[in-house]
Design a protein around this ligand. Structure first.
Ligand code: SF4
Length: 245
């Protein structure tokens, strides 16, 4: 099968999954105003290995104490760490934020990422991931949430659910991301990404999926489906990156 046929099939499958997810969860709300790319990258760094509520509190601590990111750039990592403790991994995250701001100052002569608005997806991914502490997921969140590009960031929920469903067969979130890149039907990335996270949090959980209530059961290829009647706990639907302004 040639590359175009593979892409066509994948795009159709995504369309079907996206429709079923919307039937169940609805169209997820989007931020009214796209956040600044630097807001998104800092928010995403803060969100690593913690929940959206704690990372939002850490993000607010920064926003409420510093008028601009230039002001934050004057701090040393241990000083930044004090403001973001609640999000965990304080040392690692404060170092990543410090390095990012320092490098932007050096390469762009100002603490801003606005210049990327006219840059291609591939170039943005290459450039942002060259900064220490910024991985493909963080860079792809900037593409989706700040630039409204049709790309689907892949976290552990998106990676796990798509592998269980059988849309991809990949060993890491990064590989899943690149399998999806340029294959999403136009305008589907935000709902696809957000609803897959809800699916992973509420139904297709890491330990034991609750297949008896899953909307995708007919098309899912997972071999170890669980049909015990377990109650789904409605997880918080708060999404940090849609609430940064
Ligand atoms: S059917 Fe089960 S394994 Fe498949 S996506 Fe739904 S919850 Fe996950």
């Amino acid at each position: 099968m040639n590359i175009f046929a593979v892409r066509f099939i994948m795009t159709n499958k995504i369309e079907i999954i996206n429709k079923l997810l919307i039937e169940h969860f609805g169209v997820p709300p989007k931020a009214k105003k796209l956040p600044d790319p630097l807001d998104t990258i800092i928010g995403t760094i803060l969100s690593q290995n913690t929940n959206d509520n704690n990372s939002y509190k850490a993000y607010r601590n920064l926003k409420d104490n510093f008028k601009t990111w230039d002001e934050l750039a004057l701090l040393k990592p241990f000083q930044i760490e004090k403001y973001i403790k609640i999000a965990g991994l304080g040392k690692q995250k404060s170092n990543a934020i410090y390095e990012l701001l320092k490098n932007l100052k050096k390469t762009q002569s100002k603490v801003s990422l606005r210049y990327i608005k006219k840059v291609s997806n591939e170039d943005i991914l290459n450039e942002l991931t060259s900064y220490k502490g910024v991985g493909v997921k963080t860079a792809s969140c900037v593409l989706l949430f700040s630039l409204d590009r049709n790309v689907c960031p892949v976290d552990t929920h998106v990676h796990r659910t798509l592998n269980r469903i059988g849309l991809v067969k990949t060993k890491s979130p990064e590989k899943t991301f690149f399998s999806l890149l340029n294959k999403l039907p136009v305008g589907t990335a935000h709902s696809f990404h957000t609803n897959l996270i809800r699916l992973g949090r509420e139904i297709c959980k890491a330990q034991k999926p609750i297949c008896s209530i899953c909307l995708l059961v007919e098309i899912c290829k997972y071999e170890h489906k669980n049909f015990e009647t377990t109650k789904s706990n409605r997880a918080s639907s708060f999404m940090l990156l849609d609430n940064l302004s």
